[in-house]
Ligand binder design. Sequence first.
Ligand code: C5P
Length: 352
Amino acid sequence: MNVAVRSFAKINLGLYIGSRRADGFHDLRTVYQTIALHDVIRVSVDESLDKRAGGRVEIVCKCDDPRVPLDSRNTCYRIAKLVMEAFGAVGKVTIEIEKKLPVQGGMGAASSNAVATMFAMERALSRRGRKRSRNHVAGRSLSQAESLRIAAQIGSDLPLFVVAGTVLGVGRGEEVYPLADLSPAPLVVVTPEVGVSTPQAFADWDRLMSKAGRAKASAAQLTHPGASDRLFEVGCVLSAWLRGSSHDGAPAKGGGRAGSLSDLVRAGIENDFERVVFSQFPELRDMKRALERAGSRYASLSGSGSTLYGLFGSAAEAAKAAQGLRQQGLKAIATRTLTRREYWGKLIAATH
Ligand code: C5P
């Protein structure tokens, strides 16, 4: 069975980085939002090959984009192994990645591709009628808890795509909580040519924090209070927003429910990565300014970049802004956020 799945991108609505943990990861707080831009993942699972392959799992990744690795460095390849294990299945898995989203772009493309692979494989494996191996139960599908566990083993940014819509991310980003969906919002995404390495951006953040800590300690003869303050700060912003009130405690319109996107923006969300990535790539700061000049209500780097996005009041404003930015030589696309229901409704592109 061949299954084609849309692999949607995400943006981060604010991202706060805390301390580096003993396992090398950083604690963080962020609100993820899925958007309509997507790659397409096509998967086929051929279990008739299991005998010829000697009862082994063979994984073949294909992609026209030379920047995408096709071996075990590929997130799709890695998750395919885990999914075959979970199903107790053997045979050949072929994964084709139709790449439109930027590589190292901060939109979670590689993570989303892997989750799409898992969903496609799950569909292919659970539809087959026969019992293929001792461990496999025909017709079985993965529970959400299993999908989240498998996703988190591959990377911090995968589990959000198991939940989708508006999602609170804590821990190293892998601990995800579905939030009340924000109403669909038009946005413009600018995708620069440069790619940003996420581990490098975290390392740069550590250097910046330790420099700031030393300066503060020598000025006030005090110990630097530590990165946990950043997380406390955003905790206040987010809990005010979740209560449906503004940061200063004044009730927002429609109070009592989770706030709107404009409430969240008014609360003053920031992406900490801008502080390290913009100094390394000043052209990205210029692109953020270009989005603001084009009428964006809020513009930001997504994740560790290099993608920038701007939120707009209407689809027409977003389309006009994208056109203007393209005339300035930028790669700009007008799109919109995707609610949880829309994400699940559009996920499967085709099965045959
Ligand atoms: O989890 P993921 O594979 O996306 O992480 C890639 C790298 O980014 C990690 O090896 C780590 O260096 C860094 N990272 C981090 N803190 C996080 C997430 C990622 O330091 N919360």
